[in-house]
Write a protein that binds this ligand. Structure first.
Ligand SMILES: [Zn+2]
Length: 266
C-alpha cells in the first residue's frame, strides 16, 4: 500500500512538472509563432510579386502555381526581428535556381526576390566599374566596394536589374539607390522570376573576350558568400541605417529593411 501511495505521488509530481514545461513552451511558442506567421505572410507576398511574369502569360498557370509553392518553401527571410525585408530564394552554394530547376554548378551569389521598381541600395561605399545591358542577364552593374574585412576583393555584381541609376566611374556611398528591380521580366537569365543576383567576385574582367571571363568576372568558383560579410553576424543580414557609421569591409543588405508596423503588405 505504501509503495502504491508513493507511486501515485511520483506520478502527480511528474504530471505537474510536465504541465509547467508545456505551459512555458506554449508561451514561448506563441511569441515566435506570431513572428514566423508574419514572416510566412511576407514571403508569400514577395513570391507573388516576384512572379509577375505569369500575369502576362496566363496559359502557364500550372507552372505559376508550382513556382509559387517552390518560392514559398525555399525562400529565406533573414530579417532582424521587427523588420520585413526581401527574402533570399536561392542562397549561395544552392544547387537550385530561382525557377526550381537544378543548376549546372553551385550558385556563386545570392538571389533576392522583389517587387516592381524596388530600389536597390549600395551594400558599401564604392566606385562603379561598369554598367551594361547583358543579353542574357539584362541590365547589370559592377561596383568595386574595395576590400572585405578579411582582405578579399569586393567586386560586386548586381544583376537582372531594371533601371540603372548610376554611371561608370561614379562614386557611391553605402545606402545610395543604384538601380531598381525591373518592371517586366524580359531576359532569359532572369528565369521568369524578378530577383536581384548579388555576387561578390574576386577578379574583374575589363576585357570580356579574355579566356575564362564569364559574366563580368573571371572567378570560376572563388566568389565569396555574402552571408559571411553582413555586418551584424553570419547568416543574419544587416540592414542599412542612415544614422549609423559602418566599419569598412562589412556589407549591408541591398534592399531597405522596413519596420514591420508601418510596412506590411502594400
Ligand atoms: Zn543568381
Amino acid at each position: 500500500m505504501g509503495t502504491f501511495i508513493y507511486l501515485v505521488r511520483k506520478v502527480k509530481i511528474l504530471c505537474l512538472l510536465l504541465s509547467i514545461t508545456f505551459v512555458s513552451y506554449e508561451l514561448e511558442a506563441s511569441d515566435s509563432d506570431k513572428h514566423s506567421d508574419e514572416k510566412i505572410k511576407s514571403i508569400e507576398n514577395y513570391c507573388q510579386k516576384s512572379l509577375i511574369y505569369y500575369k502576362d502569360h496566363p496559359q502557364l498557370y500550372s507552372e505559376y502555381y508550382d513556382l509559387l509553392d517552390f518560392c514559398k518553401s525555399s525562400s529565406k527571410d533573414l530579417s532582424p526581428k521587427g523588420y520585413i525585408v526581401n527574402p533570399i530564394i536561392s542562397d549561395f552554394g544552392s544547387m537550385f535556381g530561382v525557377n526550381s530547376r537544378p543548376r549546372d554548378y553551385t550558385h556563386q551569389g545570392v538571389d533576392i526576390i522583389g517587387k516592381e521598381d524596388q530600389s536597390i541600395i549600395a551594400i558599401a561605399d564604392g566606385k562603379v566599374l561598369e554598367t551594361a545591358v547583358e543579353q542574357c542577364w539584362g541590365p547589370t552593374l559592377v561596383i568595386d566596394h574595395g576590400k572585405a574585412s578579411d582582405g578579399k576583393n569586393l567586386i560586386v555584381i548586381y544583376g537582372h536589374l531594371g533601371e540603372l541609376l548610376v554611371k561608370a566611374n561614379q562614386r557611391v556611398k553605402r545606402g545610395d539607390i543604384v538601380a531598381k528591380l525591373p518592371k517586366k521580366i524580359n531576359y532569359r537569365c532572369m528565369a521568369r522570376v524578378r530577383h536581384l543576383h548579388l555576387q561578390i567576385g574576386q577578379s574583374y574582367c575589363e576585357k570580356k573576350d579574355n579566356w575564362g571571363c564569364r559574366y563580368f568576372i573571371k572567378d570560376f568558383y572563388r566568389s565569396l558568400n555574402p552571408n559571411n560579410y553582413w555586418l551584424d553576424k553570419q547568416n543574419k543580414i544587416s540592414c542599412f541605417r542612415k544614422d549609423k557609421n559602418y566599419p569598412i569591409g562589412h556589407l549591408t543588405y541591398p534592399f531597405e529593411c522596413i519596420k514591420q508596423s508601418k510596412s506590411e503588405i502594400d
